[in-house]
Design a protein around this ligand. Structure first.
Ligand SMILES: [Zn+2]
Length: 331
């Protein structure tokens, strides 16, 4: 149960115990006018906007779902007790967490670029618990028809299932950019079976209707001026990260180089069940985290807790730590 859904009912009252319950029952519940103010539930902003040089960076919440984990999603090759102990040390729950699902809009002044399209109707967290991007673009200040480039970090459903909405492209005037190896992995029919085929089916349902608008790139290619791709393979065969640069300032969009802000960073060697090539993903995490820590880049981490912007600190005892953004990217 989320706090927002928590209601003051008889069972809660009993749990409160004798005197307190009796006071509440006799007072605010029996006579609602006596309540000082209604409880409002948890409230989280659904978009955050930052500046990087002349660029504006907006992360948008596509879901606020809690999921079970991090073990065994992360740490299948470790002991569950070790994963739990790391959570305890870092003051986060041991068996549930709230990953970000954070499509990101970058306004370069010349281009309006959307990174990943969220869960849509058929993603990892389908509606009503995910797939919020379509309804959050407007409140964040954007019209979907103004987006001229959609960048796909990779082909998993929580990144591509928002391409199509009710049979039409969410961004009707956009072209799509993806690593060629990634497109070739997911797009062909009859290539996969089982779970992989169910993922591929979501990719095909979203990508094939706009296939003629795709541009295939390779690591090192520019998407638009100021946005350059970077190899981050392993999670999927053509998974890409992106270096964003404006007026000499740089930041990184790392897609799915981390799935839990504590576990992935502290133990990049712990396998993630979603990684297609587990060992390549380990090597990529180490490379990307080391780069982010050395360059002191701000990072947009799609699955970091919303608003999904932070920094990477190298820990003296090994591994890394996610340091949430505070105010570094405000003017
Ligand atoms: Zn993902």
């Amino acid at each position: 149960m989320t706090p927002s859904k928590m209601q003051l009912n008889r069972r809660n009252l009993l749990a409160l115990g004798g005197a307190a319950a009796a006071t509440l029952a006799a007072g605010s519940l029996a006579n609602p006018a006596a309540a000082r103010a209604p409880l409002l539930g948890v409230s989280l902003a659904k978009h955050w906007r930052y500046k990087l040089g002349a660029f504006e960076i907006t992360t948008i919440m596509d879901s606020e779902a809690f999921i079970d984990g991090p073990y065994p999603i992360i740490g299948k090759n470790a002991e569950e007790a070790d994963v739990r102990a790391l959570m305890r040390t870092n003051l986060v729950p041991e068996t549930r967490y709230q990953p970000g699902f954070s499509p990101t809009v970058i306004n370069t002044g010349k281009h309006l670029v959307l990174f990943d399209t969220g869960n849509g109707a058929t993603g990892f967290v389908p509606r009503p618990n995910g797939g919020w991007l379509v309804d959050q673009l407007g409140p964040a200040g954007f019209k979907s028809e103004d987006i001229d480039v959609v960048v796909l970090s990779h082909g998993h459903p929580d990144h591509v299932a928002g391409i199509m909405e009710n049979g039409k492209p969410l961004c009707p005037n956009a072209r799509y950019v993806i690593c060629g190896a990634e497109y070739d992995y997911w797009a062909p029919a009859n290539k996969h079976t089982g779970e992989l085929e169910s993922l591929a089916a979501v990719f095909r349902a979203n990508a094939l209707p706009v296939a003629e608008k795709f541009t295939m790139i390779k690591p090192g290619d520019d998407v638009v001026p100021g946005i350059r791709s970077l190899a981050a393979h392993g999670h999927t065969p053509g998974h890409l990260a992106f270096v964003i640069e404006s007026e000499g300032k740089q930041m990184l969009f790392w897609g799915d180089c981390a799935h839990h802000h504590v576990a992935s960073l502290a133990r990049p060697d712990w396998h993630c069940v979603f990684d297609i090539d587990k060992e390549q993903a380990v090597a990529t995490r180490k490379t990307i985290y080391e780069m982010a820590a050395t360059e002191r880049w701000p990072v947009i981490g799609y699955h970091m807790p919303f608003p999904s912007i932070g920094y990477v600190e190298r820990r003296p005892t090994g591994g890394y730590r996610w340091v949430e953004h505070s105010f570094q990217l405000y003017p």
